[in-house]
Design a protein around this ligand. Structure first.
Ligand code: F6R
Length: 259
């Protein structure tokens, strides 16, 4: 969906996530909600919180699952993804948060354990995703196997530089390693909702949506999933070859088509 502003994207991502969570709740039993960190989903999280306060949806039975986590930050570090997601999203919604243990003595085993936890709790009903300027989803950097499972990855220097803003602009403070859900793990979620805003994401969005399916652009794995909602503002959509058609589709969506 191509929308004019990041605020519009936040509203529509919240609509999509709440719709999928509500549908999953209707099935009874616990619901796994997959959450991404980073700047892209923040407006959606605010919107989800506001609608929750307004009583428009309930988080009953919902548990949050992280996409990824830094390796080596001590538990409780303010920039660990578990803390970020609690602060930005789940504390207000009252959700339990599960994620890889990035502070474990053996991160390789912690990744295996988290994959097992996801398998036991899943499938994730709806997974929120951002995309890196280099096309990564989760922290599956370019070159990641499209069949990958949760594992330790080494961040590119570009990603560390991009994320230095969360560490007082000190790139050396950004961990080199992460535990991330693999691309095959992410694909097991029932509904993927990717949000990207701003010109800096335009090339990655075009490669992911319209380029060849390739490990060189991990986001392109979305093309293999049967239920993906891509929500981008005009700036992030600026390199899409078929932008006009996507706008036409949105303008003529049938009421019964849903998400
Ligand atoms: C975060 C994550 C990353 C980010 C991506 C975009 O959990 O997995 O893939 O979604 O780096 O980050 P922002 O949104 O900060 O541009």
């Amino acid at each position: 969906m191509l929308l004019p502003t990041p605020e519009d994207c936040g509203r529509v991502v919240a609509d999509a996530v709440i719709a999928s969570v509500t549908a999953a709740q209707a099935g009874g039993g616990p619901v796994a909600l997959g959450l991404a960190t980073g700047s892209s989903p923040l407006l959606a999280y605010r919107e989800m919180q506001a609608r929750h306060r307004a009583g428009e949806w309930t988080a009953d039975g919902v548990r949050a699952f992280l996409l990824d986590e830094y390796v080596g930050l001590p538990a409780g570090h303010p920039e660990s993804y578990r803390e970020v997601i609690r602060r930005e999203c789940t504390d207000e919604l009252g959700l339990e948060v599960h994620g890889p243990d990035g502070s474990a003595a053996d991160p390789v085993q912690a990744a295996v354990d988290y994959e097992a936890q996801l398998q036991a709790a899943g499938p994730v009903a709806v997974q929120v995703l951002g995309i890196g300027g280099n096309g990564h989803v989760g922290f599956n950097e370019p070159g990641s196997s499209l069949a990958s499972r949760t594992r330790v990855k080494t961040l590119t220097e570009r990603t560390r530089l991009d994320n230095a803003r969360f560490f007082g602009d000190d790139v050396e403070a950004v961990p080199r390693h992460v535990i991330t859900q693999g691309l095959a793990t992410i694909r097991e979620a029932r509904h993927l909702v990717l949000v990207a805003t701003g010109e800096a994401k335009a090339a990655a969005v075009a490669d992911a949506v319209e380029g060849p399916v390739s490990a060189s652009c991990p986001g392109s794995v979305l093309q293999l999933h049967p239920h993906v909602t891509v929500v981008v503002d005009d700036a992030a959509a600026s390199r899409l070859a078929r932008a006009e058609y996507y706008r036409y589709v949105l303008a003529h969506k049938l009421a019964t088509q849903g998400w």
